[in-house]
Write a protein that binds this ligand. Sequence first.
Ligand code: ATP
Length: 235
Amino acid sequence: MLKLNNVNTFYGNIQALRNINIEVEQGEIITLIGANGAGKTTTLMTISGVVPPRSGEVLYNGKPIQKLNPDKIVKMGISQVPEGRLIFPDLTITENLDMGAFLRDDKDGVKEDMDHVFELFPILWERRKQAGGNLSGGEQQMLAISRALMARPKLLLLDEPSLGLAPLIIRQIFEIIKKINKESGTTVFLVEQNANLALKTAHRGYVMENGEIILSDSSENLLANEEIKKAYLGL
Ligand code: ATP
């Protein structure tokens, strides 16, 4: 479904991604793990078109998308949940969700999807008339995921959904991520610093260091890998 071929991405003179090759199959949850500054966020930004690569290809269902604008990429079925959530604090929850659907013109479908995210996250229904900024961190993460779902993505890009949240909330959010994948068949590309949790959620994982992919394997094998245990799992 998604393929990165020899992708190199720069910020000015700084090379953030070096010859990245990643493949994601439809229906999978894959995770990209790595330390602070490894290049995980840049990888997502490159896929979503926010920071296009200087060279290499990003193929989505076989079509090159690395030169397309972010809104075109969203329309093709790729939605990103940014790190730090970035919801609209002054808009109500319903208005935030409407923003996620702004590229769509199928009113009935939008209504259906809004009902669906309220089913996934009942707390958002209860608070639907409140401003996004009044929600707790966990609820804001739920809202950010829901807003991305309002674009009816086929591929959902999640950047550090666990960041700054309490363990109980993190578990809830990761259960919902698995549910979204299982029930709707949405493919998930998960970037996480919490490697343990990420590998327990994903089918496969890639490990990134200094802008390069140094290893990829099934989550099961990565969880059992001695070097990964030492470097990323704190064991
Ligand atoms: P984090 O978990 O901290 O977000 P990350 O693995 O997502 O880390 P990136 O944010 O992708 O890493 O950063 C990769 C490299 O690119 C880092 O060296 C970072 O300093 C650099 N970088 C990121 N954004 C910019 C920018 N806007 N301008 C210049 N350099 C940047």
